[in-house]
Design a protein around this ligand. Structure first.
Ligand code: B16
Ligand code: MG
Length: 212
């Protein structure tokens, strides 16, 4: 029986992907590399350093570890600037209603995000207090599709993986949920490979409840 619902952040609760894209595109172009929306899809759910490695590989460019840290840091400074104006108005449709509906039915709520700014973002969005456990890019080592982020959430909440459902918009996140032995619910306009169920968005909280 599902007791916990773990939410991915970017693409499920808020569209921060557009800011990641603008900032990666700016960084890539400073290195003479061009990235488009299609390539950006592959960066969804992927950690900051892994994203940088994918961009450098695309451009056939090699950098030292020190140079890579500096580049990732520059991108993150630009990204944090984009987050300055973030507020509850940026929540995707139905998110707050869905969280409240889950709370009223006594499900526990977790965050499972690859972003090191995950906690900061849900605070800016005004929904931090609705979460029983927050695991973001600071709380685990291995990137999705490794299940560590979600398993850490389950552990924090004291439940077995089979008692957790994961809401994810990225292929790597669905693979992580499956690898972790959790119910994998894809969110977005397209079905995701391997997902157990699919929702186009969270506009109808009862559609989610029906899957749990
Ligand atoms: P940061 P999610 C992911 O968030 C983003 O989808 C991905 O594009 C980003 O590179 C990653 O977080 C790391 O973010 O640079 O802020 O640590 O979808 O797992 O919530
Ligand atoms: Mg995501």
């Amino acid at each position: 029986m599902i007791q916990v619902v773990i939410f991915d952040l970017d693409g499920v609760l808020v569209d921060t992907a557009k800011y990641h894209f603008i900032c990666w595109q700016r960084l890539a172009s400073s290195l003479g590399i061009s990235i488009d929306e299609e390539f950006n899809q592959e960066l969804k759910g992927v950690s900051r350093m892994d994203s940088l490695d994918m961009i450098l590989a695309l451009g056939g460019i090699e950098k030292t570890d020190e140079e890579k840290l500096e580049l990732a840091d520059t991108k993150n400074k630009w990204y944090l600037r984009c987050l300055n104006e973030l507020s509850s108005e940026d929540l995707l449709e139905g998110v707050e209603e869905t969280l409240l509906e889950l709370k009223s039915r006594e499900f526990k709520i977790g965050l499972g995000s690859a972003s090191q700014s995950g906690e900061y973002v849900i605070k800016k969005l005004g929904i931090y207090d609705l979460f029983d456990a927050v695991v973001d890019g600071n709380g685990f080592q291995k990137s999705k599709p490794d299940p560590e982020v979600f398993l850490t959430g389950a552990q924090k909440l004291g439940v077995a993986p089979a008692e957790c459902a994961v809401l994810e918009d990225a292929p790597s996140g669905i693979l992580a949920a499956i690898a972790g032995g959790m119910l994998a619910i894809g969110v977005g306009s397209e079905p995701l490979p391997g997902e157990d169920h699919h929702l186009n968005d969270l506009s109808n909280p009862l559609s989610l409840i029906a899957l749990l």
